[in-house]
Design a protein around this ligand. Sequence first.
Ligand code: C2E
Ligand code: MG
Ligand code: MG
Ligand code: MG
Length: 291
Amino acid sequence: FAKRAADGKVHYFDAPQEQADAQVVRQRQRIQEGLALGEFFLCYQPKVDMRRGVVVGAEALIRWNHPQRGLLQPSHFVPLLEDDALAEQVGEWVIATALRQLHDWLEAGLHMSVSVNVSPLHMMRHDFVDRLMQQLAQYPKLGPGALELEILETTAISQFATAARFVQACRALGVAVAIDDFGTGYSSLTYLRQLPVSSVKIDQSFIRDMLDSEPDRAIVHGILLLLKALGRTAVAEGVETLGHGQALLAMGCTLAQGYGIAKPLPADQMQRWVAEFERAPPWGRERATDG
Ligand code: C2E
Ligand code: MG
Ligand code: MG
Ligand code: MG
């Protein structure tokens, strides 16, 4: 509808849209408040080597303990990070928290890597790598490879030049980069050749149905062959059952994450979970041979 403003001109605008915009602004402010109030925390989903029967790392996954709305999953607030400054604030908090956790685990004798999801706008910040370097400098005991960053395949494709610079610069710091949700980008695969990422996480949508769907199994197999030929490490996401793990192992994919292995865990449960998993790994038949 139209509104006559103080200057006498008539302004046309869409009230529902304005209300929605105002709500997004409020929600973003609420995220900043939540950060300051310590309402956010990270869960960690173990990433295991199914063949060796060991835990090699964990993916940090953000959660919001909202005082009114309860425990919020990322789908409720990660979309709101489509704002430069906020993406950076949340992203830096996640990296700082994950690094401190890695350090604490290392002190406790738990050796593993942690993967952090980097939002597209955070990745595109020109000073990302400088700031990452400053954060890493606080933990000189963390070896190279302890931190891995995940960028979405869709971002890697749509922001290819930035992504390529980002991957190079991270590598120079000893920080690995993985492509997340691989296979959802609906694009030519040739971009991978030019992007020196160390690993690629096959999207859970292909893994989920692979036991019942011959085409999905063929896609997973094809992706695994491609990654092997390109010298990249494959990680399967969404391994929901032992059978999924078995099928993946038979195709030569050894690294996996999924509810069938472990749901994302609070940090203080990790050490015990690792000990239990490694005592009786579900697929770890070859464990004794290469420890
Ligand atoms: P993602 O990075 O692909 O993370 C995997 C998601 O799949 C997680 O959901 C995890 O809990 C879930 N998942 C793991 N195994 C299984 C399984 O076997 N079956 C099923 N159905 N799901 C499984 P979550 O924690 O809700 O995170 C969703 C997405 O939110 C993440 O997808 C990631 O893109 C984003 N996200 C999470 N934490 C952060 C963060 O700190 N920063 C940013 N920028 N994004 C984040
Ligand atoms: Mg991820
Ligand atoms: Mg994923
Ligand atoms: Mg995802």
